[in-house]
Design a binder for this molecule. Structure first.
Ligand code: F6P
Length: 468
């Protein structure tokens, strides 16, 4: 293999540049050229195929900084429609005109679904990333548990449901233990909880902090490091009676409560509290918003103003309970050591898999007590259900204690290997040296996009102003 392409797809995560960097370093060693395809799958749909040579003369370009968040080659939520055969033909011919013999996509479950139609025309490998930590399997047989049910209201004519598991759960069996981006997102949410606590404490308020993760509660679970009082996750329906009882107990004791709520939490009927909006993601992923506000409404109704007047003289339930979304800061900024290091290994492994001829594979991050973290290759088909669809991984329900509303013992065991040494000395030092640099006040922000734009090449020069 002489030349490969690499793209980043879906929502950005902190360790994308680190994964690209790992791939480029490995490609240099193997004397493989590597082209960065601009703006994810959008690049393949564009006849001009904007691209950047990431390792001219087998040296990585200086703009590729593994410690920077975001992605220097851009990302999008554009995907390829497997039914559009003519479009797929065009993509193959564009790739072959560019001399690209294999493709690495850095992404999550949506990206892996989108790679499938391409894998029949060009060797493809996925290097995982997602702050949601939902690309993976709790155990290898998990995809077999999905069944599909006819549903005329669904866009594809079917909805997918889980049947009960007959696998004994074991942390050592997890496929892709953690995804790059997850640890940095949890750093942000745990710090957010620590910071909001002081306001809740000082003003005797109840804070509900909404964190991302879609239908998976990993980010909410990891936010336990910030010591919230209650954690609510999508995998266990809310028990409002228990929540209100715990809130009252804690409020009487400490006069403040901090609740962390995953954006995908559901009520006792399985209905999401937040609103859903659809995306073009082929995994059927949706954007969720408003869970914390809906939960606030429920707690306000249950407690009523009188309850707060007893403790806070003159205040109403609406004043006492407030919500904050951590939002996209979870996805942004400098990746911490755990994410950088493992993203780089996964990017490098993706190059190895292509070079070894492992088409339609995924580089995965495995963990066991004997070997610690290590990377392996895994066939993409083993992530698929019997109809070929990849489902976002939900957190194993045993990670959560629904009575305590906190991580269970096994949940803690799951988190420890990821987070114990996740922050590097340089992460703390970086903040000390850069945040209050006087130059930041005087100089405007310089975007990586400005530098990379100067390096973009196009497949077809048609005299138009370049549009990346
Ligand atoms: O999948 C990552 C994620 O950040 C989810 O946690 C969240 O629901 C979604 O993306 C938000 O998407 P967008 O950035 O398109 O609003």
């Amino acid at each position: 293999m002489k030349r490969i392409g690499i793209l980043t797809a879906g929502g950005d995560t902190p360790a994308l540049n680190a994964a690209i960097h790992g791939a480029v370093v490995r490609a240099n060693q193997l004397r493989i050229e590597i082209y960065g395809l601009i703006k994810g799958f959008n690049c393949l749909l564009n006849p001009r195929v904007p691209h950047v040579h990431l390792n001219p003369l087998f040296q990585e370009i200086p703009e590729l900084d593994p410690t920077k968040g975001g992605t220097l080659i851009g990302s999008s939520r554009d995907y390829i429609d497997p039914d559009k055969k003519a479009e797929l033909d065009l993509i193959s011919s564009r790739m072959s005109k560019l001399g690209i013999e294999g493709l690495i996509a850095i992404g999550g479950d949506g990206t892996l679904n989108a790679l499938q139609p391409l894998a029949e025309r060009l060797p493809t490998v996925l290097a995982p990333k997602t702050i949601d930590n939902d690309l993976g399997l709790n155990y290898p047989s998990e995809p077999d548990e999905w069944i599909r049910v006819k549903d005329p209201n669904s866009s594809h004519g079917y909805t997918y449901e889980r049947t009960p598991s007959n696998a004994a759960f074991d942390l050592n069996q997890i496929v892709n233990y953690a995804t790059p981006g997850y640890a940095t997102a949890v750093l942000v949410t745990a710090q957010g909880v620590e910071r909001i606590r002081t306001t809740a404490e000082s003003h005797r308020r109840i804070a509900i902090v909404e964190v991302m993760g879609r239908h998976s509660g990993y980010i909410a679970l990891g936010t336990a490091y910030g010591q919230p009082d209650i954690i609510l996750i999508p995998e266990h329906p809310l028990d409002m009676g228990l929540i209100v009882e715990r809130v009252k107990h804690l409020y009487a004791l400490q006069k403040n409560v901090v609740i962390v709520c995953g954006e995908g939490v559901v009520d006792e009927h399985g209905n999401e509290l937040g609103a859903e909006s659809t995306s073009s993601d082929p995994a059927g992923n949706v954007a969720l918003t408003g869970a914390a506000e809906a939960l606030r409404g429920k707690i306000v109704n249950e407690l009523g103003d009188r309850y707060f007047q007893l403790y806070r003289r003159g205040s109403s339930a609406r004043e006492a309970i407030f919500t904050r979304k951590v939002g996209h800061t979870q996805r942004g900024g400098r990746p911490i050591l755990f994410d950088r290091f493992h993203a780089a290994l996964l990017g490098a492994k993706a190059v190895d898999l292509l070079a070894e001829g492992r088409n339609n594979a995924v580089s995965v991050l495995q963990y066991n007590a004997q070997k610690g973290f290590h990377v392996e290759g895994y066939d993409a088909n083993r992530f698929r259900d019997r109809w070929g669809l990849i489902h976002a991984r939900q957190m194993h329900p045993s990670f959560y204690d629904p009575q305590l509303m906190k991580p269970s013992k096994i949940g803690i065991d799951y988190l420890l290997p990821i987070f114990t040494d996740a922050i590097g000395h340089d992460d703390a030092e970086h903040m000390r040296q850069t945040l209050f640099d006087p130059g930041n006040l005087a100089q405007p922000y310089h975007s990586i996009n400005t530098d990379v734009h100067k390096r973009i090449h196009y497949l077809e020069a048609d005299g138009r102003e370049p549009q990346d």
